[in-house]
Design a protein around this ligand. Sequence first.
Ligand SMILES: Nc1ncnc2c1ncn2[C@@H]1O[C@H](COP(=O)(O)OP(=O)(O)O)[C@@H](O)[C@H]1O
Ligand SMILES: [Mg+2]
Length: 308
Amino acid sequence: MVERGARVGVLMGGLAAEFDISMQSGKAVSGALRERGWDVVDIVVDRDLARKLVDARVDVAWVALHGRFGEDGCVQGLLEVMGVPYTGSGVRASAVAMDKIATKRALAHEPGVRLARDWVLRAGGSLPDDVALPVVVKPGVGGSTIDIGIVRDQGALAEAIVEARKYDEILLVEEYVEGDEITVAVVDGSPLPVVRILPESGFFDFAAKYTKGLTRYECPAAISNKATRLASEAAVQAFVGLGCAGLARADFIVPANQEPVFLEINTIPGMTATSLSPMAAKPLGMSFEDLVERVLHGAHCMEPEYTP
Ligand SMILES: Nc1ncnc2c1ncn2[C@@H]1O[C@H](COP(=O)(O)OP(=O)(O)O)[C@@H](O)[C@H]1O
Ligand SMILES: [Mg+2]
């Protein structure tokens, strides 16, 4: 539990391409905390973060950063060294979850987490002959759906590889799974109701994610009981298996057999009032402010093993 008098620094902005979205999440979070009477300071993260945290006398950090540096364990590492408790996943879980290949390998033996078949393409490497089309090609690390498309022939595969390489040298080539797209938020190890994503274009790409009206959402998702149960179990297994904390959100595709295929887990999902995790909290009677406060109360950092 974070004590009432604590000064909460909401970390937003940052050094990643997701700067604008993080500012929106951060402003929404700090607004919610202020409304609940917390002593809040907005910290716009740049390379001077350590000094800003000291100058603002931050006791606990609510991390509303997305993408590189903020969601991948870097900022979490800084906070660990400074001894500032922070919300969400720690260094290791953050770093693994940011890497789609490391995530899938880490979860390969979780009985409830079904994974699409994949091939990894490293710098200078080539794909084996048994790659079965259609596939999707993703940068191993990062990506906010900037460059993922269905690849149906060899020509398109070569193009998709060139495109994805703009973001990362290491690529994940994954079997294309046809089905309904869903996402499951997990808070402190418990799943929230499933959200179904219905992009008008058929693909949940960057535009569909961030342009109003291009995607419809349904919560609780009108999918089969079997898919709901299996996705909820898989989301929790992924959360626990990677050692996540606070709030995280796992993405899945539900194919015809109703056995959801896990795509990835986001350790700092969007946190505006209209984002998917708050949407999922609502049917449980948990408001945006409730969710933000609940995550705050889970803030933590490691105990040092040696004190000079
Ligand atoms: N194997 C796949 N089969 C079908 N669609 C996929 C697959 N992988 C990704 N997608 C589509 O691309 C979107 C983004 O992929 P995802 O792995 O969640 O990465 P990110 O959200 O980081 O861009 C998904 O929401 C889904 O619409
Ligand atoms: Mg995703």
